[in-house]
Design a protein around this ligand. Structure first.
Ligand code: KHC
Length: 418
């Protein structure tokens, strides 16, 4: 069915593959773009949070009705069909569905042993997804053990087990993803103070991964979750609308299925389209700095309330980068293994095309995206400029970024009252 013949095939399949018709299984399973699947209906990038169990309950009922005869676990394309009340490992009782995607589903459970709520990622019973899950478990074991006192904002894995061929990963329960929150808040952007607070925690968490020889490779708003997404409704006078104001801006990074150690094989295609670094698109090889690019795109999305590069096509993506960030340095184009993107040391792009017209309407130079020109915003955009640097050798590292003046308010101790 569907998940193989989605947009991914013409969007990301390498030209060599396209010619031979071969598809790399692991690439297909790990490609975050596969989260854009038929069963993902709720967002532009992937479904993640389907909201409540209404959808899945109906779906589950439908599936059960036509094959409830033999086994308790009916499978549909490798998904576990569960129902509220199912108990796994004699311990985790399913309460509701939190999210779904190509990988499988995430459910909220009651841990009967500890009488606590947890999130359980139930991975599809298909080899390649199982492999990705095993890799995620290995990464989580490593990074959680290196962070005994939970100082860095990477999600905690509490347990894992195999339920009838489905690998299940038990996490501490978190709130909505930043993407889902933006969506439910009608894409009202976050303000600079909020961005500073979230960015500081995300950068510390990802910097910790980088120090430990890991690259996340799929940083995007869907993979940054609020620890608790409770909010108050406030009337926003400027925008004359009701606005959901979060009580806490604490966030955590999730989804380590494609995190890659320095010594491991580096897939040539990584990241979800909108957050993909130029060196990945140009097939120049990548390292930790591709996370820095992704985070630059994520912060811009928090600031704008919409994606910085709204495209599904590589060359159009590169042309958008040029509109926002200026020309791609010729030495990078020269080294690229994707020479059909290049013409005369420049991007092979027709400035008279309808695509170019679309780009001119949707993209503008970075600094022109600023809403206000106060000191805070200047510093944010200075930092963003350093993160969205084409040349990996010149791109800021997260270690350096954490010392950028934008974060000075996070470093000064709050004044103590006498
Ligand atoms: Cl609640 C939750 C936790 Cl605590 C940890 C990971 C998660 N949800 C609702 C979670 C994930 C989801 C997943 C992971 N990893 C992804 N989808 C979820 O719905 C997997 C796909 N990318 C977004 C996060």
């Amino acid at each position: 069915m569907g998940w193989m013949d989605n947009e991914y095939v013409d969007d990301c399949q390498s030209d060599a593959d396209r010619k031979t018709g071969s598809l790399n299984q692991r690439t297909l399973c790990t490609s975050p773009e596969n989260d854009n699947l038929p069963d993902d209906t709720s967002s532009q990038h992937e479904s993640a949070f389907l909201g409540d169990n209404a959808v899945s309950a109906a779906e589950d009922g439908a599936k059960r009705s036509h094959k409830a005869k033999s086994c308790e676990e009916d499978e549909e394309e490798g998904h576990l069909v569960y129902h509220v009340g199912l108990v796994m490992k004699e311990r985790y009782e399913v309460v509701l569905t939190l999210g779904a995607g190509a990988f499988g589903k995430v459910v909220e459970c009651i841990d009967r042993e500890k009488d606590e709520r947890v999130a359980v990622k139930i991975v599809r019973n298909i080899d390649c997804f199982r492999e990705v899950a095993k890799s995620e478990i290995a990464v989580l074991e490593e990074i959680n053990s290196l962070d005994d006192d939970n100082r860095f904002a990477c999600v905690r894995m509490l347990d894992w087990f195999d339920h009838h061929g489905h690998i299940c990963i038990v996490f501490e329960l978190l709130g909505l993803s930043t993407f889902e929150f933006l969506r439910q808040n009608e894409f009202l952007p976050f303000n600079v103070e909020q961005i500073r607070h979230m960015a500081f925690q995300i950068f510390r968490a990802v910097c910790f991964l980088h120090r430990n020889k890991l690259t996340h490779t799929d940083l995007k708003p869907e993979n940054i979750l609020f620890v608790c997404s409770d909010y108050d409704l406030e009337f926003n006078n400027d925008k004359r609308c009701e606005e959901k104001k979060l009580r806490s801006l604490d966030v955590k990074v999730v989804d380590f299925g494609t995190a890659t150690f320095d010594h491991e094989h580096h897939e040539s295609l990584v990241s979800t389209r909108h957050y993909r670094a130029p060196e990945v698109i140009l097939d120049l090889g990548w390292n930790q700095s591709c996370d820095v690019w992704s985070l630059g795109c994520v912060l811009m999305e928090f600031y704008l309330g919409r994606t910085l590069f709204p495209t599904h096509d590589s060359i159009e993506h590169l042309a958008m980068m040029e509109k926002v960030l200026g020309p791609i340095p010729p030495h990078l184009l020269k080294q690229s293994r994707k020479q059909h993107y290049v013409n005369n040391e420049r991007l092979n792009w027709d400035e008279q095309s309808s695509s170019d017209h679309y780009i001119r309407r949707h993209c503008q130079p970075l600094k022109q995206c600023m809403w206000r020109r106060n000191e805070d915003e200047r510093q944010l955009f200075d930092l963003l400029g350093c993160m969205l640097e084409y040349d990996v050798c010149r791109r800021i590292t997260l270690e350096e970024a954490l010392w950028h003046p934008f974060f000075s308010p996070m470093r000064t101790q709050p004044k103590q009252r006498s």
